[in-house]
Design a protein around this ligand. Structure first.
Ligand code: 4AD
Length: 455
């Protein structure tokens, strides 16, 4: 019989097949099952066709033999076609490797959506050697690849881990607004929008709103998109990123640093223990070593000395002096050389934001912290906040900010002020560090940066 004449029909005398997601089907050895998904890999040696099926929960090796392998419908199969496969789960003999240690011996299948072949075939759309910007144009297809989808699974586990940690530390989750009329981290990176005729911005940070929650809800956190109109293209800057921010009341600077150490060590531990994310990190970043506290603490002034002693120059090609910003390249060189997580603390007032509290023993510097990780540099920025109105007003003045729009934030210092502090974590930066990605763009579902707002 020719391939064209072979029709694929279900043998009704077989036991009824029960539906499973791939991740759950591995345990169904000996059972007849029904699994739907996309054809991730396809290999044929005429008499036998091997399919790796993907459904987002896992991968399943499937084998088609006999008439099923020869039928025209099978010959026409393409990568990324959707199919429902029926068959029996069989344990693979020792030495043969496939996800879950099993294989689906297919006895019947249906094609739900045949993907194109030829010029329009999936592999031509996202060829591995494609220009990165072409791959970003095809992000909706590139997402299906093992590395990017793996990072997205780790991302989900990381957000779960943060929430678990915050629950353990009794923080309440809130959802502050994205459309605001105040800046937090400098006017130069504000995205402006016309809000019914008034000027408004996309939020740069939810910090000020979190501060207003302290008297109402106690310690709080949020997982919210932040927006920065970053002009330069760097491997760690996005225009939109997922910002995990917390605010804690009645704490000292040292409490804040210890909280950060616990947050990072515990969350990473939870992610590595996750049955899905743990193995993905092992695969993407085999040398990853989980950090354990306490982290190295390095004062800004000592970092300046360290940079000069190691011949690392500032952006003007000169030696660093007190008050210089430590830009990305120098910061990363220092972090990579030291090779362990660093809490870089006590930055000068002039290079930090208007709201940061000064150190009691040295008013030139603030109770501020950046958490630096090898390979990516800064993943977190935080500080203690000014508690007194006069000092806060001086901060606005120094930064040239009109305090009028901040009346609600200033009220926090009026109606029961308290020592408090907080921080923001860049989710994509932590992921780049965990999953060993060269750029944060690989760690965002649909990355946004200057020149890219699609798909
Ligand atoms: O250091 P930043 O600007 O601090 C704040 O926004 C504070 N208001 C947070 C707070 O105290 N609640 O940003 C915090 C973190 C950085 O350490 C970095 O990880 C990330 O946000 N980040 C970015 N990530 C991707 N793209 C960008 N353009 C980023 N800008 C900051």
């Amino acid at each position: 019989m020719s391939a064209l004449q072979i029709s694929i029909e279900e043998d009704k005398s077989l036991p009824a097949a029960k539906s499973f997601k791939v991740a759950k089907v591995y345990e169904q050895v000996g059972e007849r099952v029904k699994v739907s998904g996309w054809i991730h890999r396809l290999r044929s040696n005429k008499k036998v066709v091997f399919v790796v099926l993907r459904d987002g929960t896992g991968f399943l090796q499937c084998v088609l033999t006999g008439d099923l392998a020869l039928a025209q419908q099978t010959v026409d199969l393409t990568l990324e076609s959707t199919v429902t496969l029926y068959g029996t789960i069989t344990k693979l003999p020792e030495g043969k490797n496939a996800a879950g240690g099993v294989e689906l011996v297919v006895d019947y299948y249906q094609v739900l959506g045949l993907a194109p072949s030829g010029d329009d075939a999936f592999t031509n759309k996202i060829a591995e050697d494609s220009d990165p910007s072409l791959l970003l144009d095809q992000r909706h297809l590139a997402l299906r690849g093992e590395a990017i989808s793996g990072v997205m699974k780790v991302r989900a586990a990381l957000l779960r881990a943060f929430r678990r940690f915050f629950e353990e530390e009794s923080l309440t989750e809130v959802t502050p607004p994205c459309m605001v009329q105040t800046q937090v981290e400098g006017g130069s990176t504000l995205f402006k929008l016309d809000y019914y005729g008034e000027e408004a911005y996309l939020t740069q940070s939810s910090q000020l709103y979190l501060e207003t929650c302290l008297p109402a809800l106690g310690d709080v956190y949020c997982v919210q998109e932040s927006f920065r109109a970053e002009k330069s293209h760097t491997r760690r800057h996005l225009s939109e990123y997922t910002h995990v921010e917390s605010e804690l009341a009645f704490i000292t600077f040292d409490d804040l640093l210890q909280h950060l150490e616990r947050l990072i060590s515990q969350s990473v531990k939870y992610v590595l223990e996750d049955p899905v994310a743990g193995p993905i990190i092992k695969q993407l970043n085999p040398d990853f070593v989980a950090p354990t506290g306490p982290f190295m603490r390095l004062e800004y002034k000592d970092a300046i000395t360290w940079l000069n002693e190691h011949g690392i120059k500032n952006e003007d090609g000169k030696d660093f002096k007190f008050g210089d910003d430590i830009a990305e390249a120098a910061e990363r060189k220092m972090t990579d050389t030291i090779g362990v997580p660093i809490l870089l603390i006590k930055f000068p007032v002039e290079i930090k934001s208007f709201y940061m509290k000064r150190c009691a023993d040295d008013p030139r510097v603030t109770e501020s912290v950046d958490v630096l990780m090898p390979t990516v540099g800064e993943i977190t920025g935080g500080s203690m906040r000014i508690t007194q109105i006069d000092e806060l007003m001086a901060g606005f003045k120094r930064e040239g900010i009109d305090p009028k729009a901040y009346y609600w934030f200033i009220d926090q210092r009026k109606y029961g002020t308290c020592e408090h502090g907080g921080y923001g974590l860049g989710t994509e930066r932590i992921l780049a560090w965990l999953c060993n990605r060269f750029t944060v763009r690989d760690c965002s579902l649909y990355p946004r940066f200057s020149g890219r707002c699609k798909p």
